[in-house]
Design a protein around this ligand. Structure first.
Ligand code: AMP
Ligand code: GLY
Length: 421
């Protein structure tokens, strides 16, 4: 089968590596891809926002499955367009992608179907939102309703911060995404990410992971797309997994079906695990980046077979993942996330990959005159698989040490929480 993978990050390089390994895979294309995906697939310069062009390409290349990495095309309806043209796709429809595209939609669904999450109210105007804030007090969380490139959430520790956030959102700093605002109770506990594969009808627990959102060691500094991750997350015990599936994932899949927008694809639940058990912080409707890199490092089943089963409504009952731990360290360009420095020279990737148990995925890189240079915020991911998290951490940092990227930086404490346990 010929496959088209959409996206260009570290997540997509990891997906491409796993898809290329499938015995069912014939030609693998990645649009637009990166220098990493070019090693295992053919990159194509398609404008992925132009669904007509994507459909024409699929017909020309006899594509049997389109796998969509990032959220934007999902929220814009690429799966609907492909399916209407008779092309199979892995990912949710536009209506189902509202689980990521509209925080208010998700909160209303949770309320209607008794899915555990923080108490909340939705607002379309500034004054009532400010009044509600004053009534609730801090800490409190203010969220732009729509997609805001990971910047639309303010965890306000004081009322003044919360008021500032509401004022900014209604002044249009996030454009349409901030036209509606969700104000939510602050949840206490330990955060974890949980992934389930869904075929519209059923859900299958895939894996847990923990991300490191802040740019600096010790979880300080600005929020980023994620500076490193590991899987599994020890806080997601078998008991917690069972509760997440029974109380959050399965009810959501059933609710989406009942609402007439069945969810197919990967459901990424951001969880807060506190005293009362797991609560939903937010859903994403795609694999996390870099969570995907660590989960796929553990996957022992055929990824293409699993994604096809989701797309065709015939999810298997189980999936085989190694019980070893995978850990990824993200190498970012200096000054990420504000204004990452572009063009920094990178060498040593091959040396890192020669270390047993280490792999490197490309995110924001490009080749200029045969040399690898930084071309984005998050640039490379170094992933290690080992018997436990401490060994995976040590091995990943050996890989990092083999890479020379003077204009880059990375966190030196990825995995601290799990290593400390
Ligand atoms: P994101 O929406 O992924 O950009 O991240 C938002 C981050 O804000 C989460 O990863 C949490 O750390 C935090 N957060 C969101 N909602 C809450 C909440 N209700 N209580 C506490 N922290 C939250
Ligand atoms: N690493 C978080 C995300 O992909 O949303």
């Amino acid at each position: 089968m010929n496959i088209l993978l959409i996206g260009s990050g570290g997540r997509e390089h990891a997906l491409a590596v796993a898809l290329a390994k499938s015995p069912q895979a014939q030609k693998l294309f990645v649009a637009p891809g990166n220098p990493g995906t070019a090693q295992v697939a053919q990159n194509v310069a398609l404008d992925v926002a132009d669904f007509g062009a994507v459909i024409d390409f699929c017909r020309l290349q006899n594509i049997g499955l389109v796998v969509i990495g990032p959220e934007q095309p999902l929220v814009e309806g690429i799966v609907d367009a492909l399916e209407a043209a008779g092309i199979k796709a892995f990912g949710p429809s536009k209506a189902a992608a509202r689980l990521e595209g509209s925080k208010g939609f998700t909160k209303d669904l949770c309320a209607k179907y008794h899915i555990p999450t923080g108490a909340y109210r939705r607002f379309a105007a500034r004054e009532p939102a400010l009044a509600y804030l004053r009534e609730q007090g801090a800490p409190i969380v203010v969220k732009a309703d729509g997609l805001a490139a990971g910047k639309g959430v303010v965890v306000a520790l004081t009322l003044a911060e919360a008021e500032l956030a509401v004022n900014e959102m209604f002044s249009g700093v996030f454009g349409e995404a901030g036209a509606q605002v969700v104000i939510e109770a602050y949840l206490d506990g330990e955060e974890a990410s949980f992934f389930a594969l869904c075929d519209g009808d059923k859900a299958l627990a895939f894996a847990s992971a923990q991300d490191h959102k802040r740019a600096g060691d010790g979880d300080v500094g600005p929020n980023t797309g994620g500076m490193g991750a590991y899987s599994p997350a020890p806080v997601v015990t078998p008991e917690i997994t069972a509760r997440v599936m029974a109380e959050i994932v399965a009810p959501t899949v059933a609710a989406m079906k009942a609402e007439g927008c069945p969810f197919k694809g990967v459901l990424f639940a951001g969880l807060m695990i506190g005293e009362g058990g797991p609560k939903l912080i937010e859903f994403n409707t795609r694999f996390g980046d870099p969570e995907c890199q660590v989960m796929l490092a553990r996957l022992e089943d055929d990824l293409l077979g699993l994604l096809l089963a989701c797309a065709q409504g015939r999810l298997p009952d189980k999936v085989q993942l190694s019980d070893r731990t995978a850990l990824t360290v993200v190498l970012a360009a200096q000054n990420y996330p504000a204004a990452p420095k572009q063009g920094g020279l990178i060498s040593g990737v091959e040396q890192a990959e020669r270390i047993e148990g280490v792999s490197v995925t490309h995110a924001g890189t490009k080749r200029v005159d045969g040399k690898l240079v930084a071309n984005g915020g998050r640039v490379l991911n170094v992933t290690a698989l080992a018997d436990d998290v401490a060994q995976a951490q040590a091995l990943a940092y050996r890989g990092v040490a083999a890479i020379d990227f003077p204009e880059g930086f990375y966190r030196r404490d990825i995995g601290w929480r799990a290593v400390g346990r």
